[in-house]
Design a protein. Sequence first.
Length: 327
Amino acid sequence: VSALTVSSLLERLRAGDRRACARLISIVEDEAEGTTEILNELYPLMGRAYRIGITGPPGAGKSTLVEKLAQECRSRGKTVGIVAVDPTSPFSGGAVLGDRVRMPALFTDPGVFIRSMATRGGMGGLATRTKEVCDVLDAFGVDYILVETVGVGQVELDIASAAHSTLVVLVPESGDSIQVMKAGLMEIGDVFCVNKSDRQGADRLVMAIQAMLELKQVRNGWMPPVVKTSATDGTGTGELLARLDEHRKYLGDSNLLVARRKSSIRAEIRELVEARLRREIWTRTDVSDELSLLVEKVFEGGSTPYRAADEILGLVQPDAGQEVREK
Ligand SMILES: Nc1nc2c(ncn2[C@@H]2O[C@H](COP(=O)(O)OP(=O)(O)OP(=O)(O)O)[C@@H](O)[C@H]2O)c(=O)[nH]1
Ligand SMILES: [Mg+2]
């Protein structure tokens, strides 16, 4: 992507052009050339959107809830970005089509921006880009960003660290309160939702969750509320959005938002430095030549991976290598 294209896309995004926003998201998602410039330029526009991560077991009704929450936002005159992270069908476009069929009203609403992302298989590969996609949406000016992800492990923990509030969606029939604890969902939920409450066992699950939450220490004075919903007919979704808004307000009032923001800025800078160092080191030809030699040397028993690492560090930065060796 040429610098000229990037700057014209940025101009169009600032003017509220959705297609420019979509293009910029694609560039950033692919980490294509121009990504750094885009994120740099858009940075001053970020920080307004309220980011909500929605997670829970497959089939719990997350997408249906997202659709209803988006409608709640719209009925309050707010704009919404929806990011659906689909770990099951990378590149298939299936998620997009499915959502398009299911959420026809949202797809034609200019106040809603929907984006599906594949996880690309790799661990952590997802989370890094999800944040940037949300950043672009934030800069575009949406009021709410709803990120849906299936509760499959590390992924939703990463989402939790990127969102202001995390909504954990559970359903009565899964009866999996133990699984929930195992998956660490109890730890990350700021608000809990028992969906499909039109089915049996919802009240029991609400009580079980509340009991588990009471056993845990209430974090920083916030007791996660548990809301019953039936996403298909929209029951409880207004209250759910109200609870989420309360959590956001709580974060603001308690200064936690500032603390979270600073720690995420710190993490982001560190990540960028590390990524850049990594790239700079492993793309140097003298380093990769040396690495190939060292692999053989270690393999033949003439060295160890630790000494080999010292040598590489010595090559990259003589002083640093020296220090490591002296230890
Ligand atoms: N009875 C009932 N069915 C629901 C409710 N909410 C969602 N469903 C149904 O549950 C099924 C799964 O809903 P989705 O919204 O696709 O669930 P999901 O959590 O996004 O699923 P994945 O993204 O595949 O993990 C759909 O057939 C929905 O119509 C509810 O409140 N009550
Ligand atoms: Mg879904």
